[in-house]
Each structure stands twice: as C-alpha cells, then as structure tokens.
Design a protein around this ligand. Structure first.
Ligand code: UDP
Length: 241
C-alpha cells in the first residue's frame, strides 16, 4: 500500500501512533520502553519492540484466520505496522484462565490456581484513577460502550482466548491471562486492536511454570530479554503463523 507516515498522534507507554496520508489507517511503532505499576516503574527491555511488533502481528493473523476481526493490515518494518484507524474503547479487557497478579491479591487465591471457567474482567482505562475495575452495568451507565458493543466485546474476548489457549498449548505454554483492547471502526463495528505480546499476556512454561512474560520485569526476576526471546522462538518455530 502506498501510504506515507505523518505526524505522531499519540505516545503510550510501549507504542507510538502516527497519522498517515490515508485517514483510515495509522502506523504504530513499538518501543523498547517498559513500565509497570501504572508507570511507577520504568525500564528498557532491549529488543522488546521488535518482538512485540512481530509477535502481535502473528497473533492477529492467526486470529483473523479463526474469524476474529483485527486492526492488523501490514507489517512495515521491524518495529512498525500499518493498522486500521479505530477509536479505542477505553477498557482493559482481561481474560483469566489461571489465578495470578491482581486477581490473586484481590481474592486471596494462590497464583497458579486453575479457574473453573475462563473469567472476563474489565478495567476502565484511566491512569489518573489507576484503571479501576468496572462492571457491565457501569460501562453502559457511563456510556463507555453500548450493550451491543459489550456483547461483541465479550464474544471477541472469549474467542481470542479459545484460539490463543490452544495455540500456546501447542508450543508448551500455559496462557494464564491476557489483556486486549477493542476499537470502533467508523461503521460502528468492534474489532480487536492494541497488541498481544509478553507485555500484555502471562505465559508460563507448561512443564516448569517458568514465567515467560513481563512479570520477570515487574518482579525483578532477571532473564527478561531471554523470556521474550524464548516465547518468540517457540512461536516462530510453529509453522501455523
Ligand atoms: N495487563 C496489561 N496492562 C495493564 C494491566 C494488566 O496488559 O495495564 C495484563 C497483564 O499483563 C496480565 C493481565 O492483563 O496478563 C492481568 O493483569 P492483572 O490484572 O493481574 O494486573 P497486574 O498483576 O499486572 O497488575
């Protein structure tokens, strides 16, 4: 596609978003910057931007093949991808298969406890408020999303879980939990946006439970770059993506 990168529209913690010569598309650029605890902890994970860009794109292709509509259009370089311009629904959409992180703390459940069913949880994307948990009724009452949008988001989230859980099981990885974001296209439809990477998912080795994700950075465990590389290696050795 013949599209020119224009001015930066937005800079987030891990990505920059640029306008393009076609208003229907943005270019996202993945950075090596890492933050945790709502920006309180800062660092760099060398090579993360390249891995997260390529890995997210592989996951989006896999999901598209399985009927999930995503913002992915075309990878432009190691760190840059052309995506459909969407309006992001300000929700962190989290699915959990196994208790970990804030869920374990909040409910006093040991990390690693298998949940009886995949659990969907929403937080309002609002740094100033520390991304508070929000329920379906709040979402509709506050006009964050409509009832129909919420239904589409729920269906999308469970479908993403089904596809990813199976894929990662095939490469010896347990998908503990993950966060996705939804975008609105101009026609009002909901599609998958943002990224799917070790920044936004918890991946545990299926045999050893070794953490292969951003928790190594959050918890100062060391081996952060190696964990991102290991997940990426396993994905790329799998021919389906
Ligand atoms: N997550 C994310 N961005 C956030 C918060 C959470 O990508 O701002 C992901 C996180 O990597 C994990 C899942 O969502 O895979 C659930 O995170 P949790 O609520 O347990 O939060 P944490 O323990 O990271 O504070």
């Amino acid at each position: 596609m013949d599209i020119t990168k224009l001015e930066q529209r937005y800079e987030g913690k891990a990505k920059k978003v640029f306008a393009t010569s076609d208003p229907s598309y943005y270019i996202v650029e993945y950075k090596d910057d890492a933050t945790a605890f709502n920006g309180l902890k800062h660092g760099t994970i060398t090579g993360k931007g390249v891995i997260n860009n390529k890995m997210s794109n592989m996951m989006f292709r896999l999901l598209e093949k399985n009927g999930v509509k995503t913002h992915f259009v075309e990878q432009l370089s190691d760190r840059e991808t052309l995506v459909k311009a969407v309006e992001i629904v300000p929700l962190e959409i989290i699915i959990r298969n196994t208790a970990a992180g804030s869920f374990s703390k909040r409910y006093g459940v040991e990390e690693g406890t298998a949940l009886k069913c995949p659990t969907l949880e929403f937080s309002l994307k609002n740094d100033a408020l520390n991304d508070p948990l929000i329920n379906d009724s709040h979402i509709i009452a506050l006009g964050v999303a409509t009832e129909d949008e919420l239904k589409a988001i729920r269906e999308m989230a469970y479908k993403v879980n089904d596809v990813l859980k199976e894929f990662f099981a095939g490469i010896g990885v347990k998908l503990v939990d993950f966060k996705i974001e939804a975008g609105r296209l101009p026609d009002g439809s909901i599609i998958l946006a943002d990224e799917i990477s070790p920044d936004t998912c918890r991946f545990w080795d299926a045999k050893t439970n070794e953490k292969l994700d951003k928790d190594r950075f959050r918890r100062d465990m060391g081996g952060v770059e190696e964990a991102y590389e290991e997940i990426f290696r396993r994905i790329t050795e799998q021919k389906n993506v």
